[in-house]
Design a protein around this ligand. Structure first.
Ligand code: NAG
Ligand code: NAG
Ligand code: NAG
Length: 349
């Protein structure tokens, strides 16, 4: 064969091979459609997801160099950036409400918005702190909040199975009865009203900026841990709004939370059974005070509130990067075409 002939022979062989593999794969997948899914599992994102954070919440930035979602949380193909010049290539753009509503960071309405790009409205504040919402109607595709019905639900904390060995015997030797940490005290708030009344019946140690007894991050949990009860009083009563006042301050310190916030049903749905005392269960603060004294005097009753530590452990979310990486985890199941035409109603619903 001449070199030319050999080349055309090789080409012929090659084409034969291509045809053969095409036909065999056709046969293979037509016989067993499931094998297609086995080869390319649908639960693994097939491509990189680029997430652009338009501005940092409350002006505190975190490092985003390298591959943070993989390095810190073992979430792959998920890239975070705060470089706004990458807008045109971002799959998801996240806007934190506070800076938008105060005009500190304008929306990029003058830029061409790629058709497949999704905008996320993000806030971890209860409705009362989400001002000026109406101007954002019809702009966002997804919501990101502590609410269970948000597209990307990012609670302040949760409990996962697996005992954390936090000694419930810690319940026994306490030098203090009840503590409360509060920085922004406002007399009209429900929590202030309950506190003022409750402290006429029982001693309450109050820390935080309001009482000019601020606690450093390092001192917070050890101080609370000296007391049997902690007042996990939310600054406003709102759907699903359970903040670090429960997950961190009370649960991680190992105090029994006395909760004021959403309904008992909400706490029951989100926190372990028998882990809290709900203010709404009492006719008045006098009854609540009586009950707290009873629990403190009854070893079995107080230990009961710590039983869940044997079977559950607390996980808190504090780093914005971890929350942002969660977008990639949820991404495959998020609704593709969705628009919040009335964001204001959704937030206040
Ligand atoms: C990281 O994730 C991969 C795949 O999702 C998993 O196989 C691996 O065990 C994880 N590694 C760690 C340290 O959790
Ligand atoms: C209980 O607390 C007191 C004072 O805080 C301390 O002196 C004592 O050793 C503690 N007892 C136990 C059993 O931990
Ligand atoms: C996202 O919302 C915008 C604004 O309402 C809308 O024009 C766009 O079609 C939505 N994007 C997707 C992918 O649904």
């Amino acid at each position: 064969m001449t070199p030319c002939e050999s080349r055309s022979f090789l080409l012929f062989l090659f084409l034969l091979l291509v045809l053969f593999s095409f036909l065999s794969s056709l046969l293979y997948y037509s016989l067993d459609p499931k094998s297609y899914q086995q080869k390319w599992p649908t639960d693994v994102p097939q491509r990189n997801i680029n997430i652009l954070l338009w501005h940092w919440p409350f002006g505190h930035s975190y490092k985003l160099d390298g591959d943070k979602c993989l390095e810190m949380y073992n979430i792959s193909r998920c890239f975070l950036t705060d470089d706004t010049s990458t807008f045109s290539t971002a799959d998801v753009v996240v806007f934190h409400h506070e800076e938008l509503s105060r005009g500190l960071s304008p929306l990029p309405l003058h830029l061409d918005r790629p058709a497949s790009q999704h905008w996320v409205w993000m806030s971890l504040e209860p409705p009362v702190n989400n001002a000026n919402l109406a101007q954002f109607n019809g702009l966002f595709n997804w919501t990101m909040s502590y609410r269970c019905d948000a597209d990307i639900s990012i609670p302040y904390g949760k409990t996962i199975l697996g005992g954390d060995k936090l000694g419930f015997q810690a319940a026994l030797n306490r030098s203090c009865f009840v503590s409360w940490v509060v920085s922004k005290y406002q007399p009209h708030q429900a929590r202030a009203v309950v506190y003022q009344s409750l402290q006429t019946y029982i001693p309450i140690e109050v820390y935080g900026r309001w009482n000019k007894k601020p606690l450093s991050n390092k001192k917070l949990l050890p101080t609370i841990a000296k007391c049997l009860f902690y007042l996990s009083f939310e600054n406003s009563k709102a759907k699903d709004y359970i903040s670090e006042k429960l997950w961190r301050n009370a649960f991680q310190a190992g105090a029994i939370p006395v909760v004021l916030g959403p309904s008992r049903a909400t706490y029951e749905a989100l926190a372990p059974p028998g882990s809290f005392i709900h203010v709404d269960d009492f006719k008045n603060t006098a009854d609540l005070a009586v009950y707290l004294k009873q629990v403190a005097a009854d070893k079995q009753a107080s230990e009961g509130y710590f039983q869940w530590h044997h079977t559950h452990q607390v996980k808190t979310y504090t780093d914005w990067r971890e929350r942002l990486c969660q977008i990639c985890v949820k991404y495959p199941s998020l609704p593709v075409s969705k628009v919040y035409q009335d964001l204001e109603s959704w937030v206040n619903s």
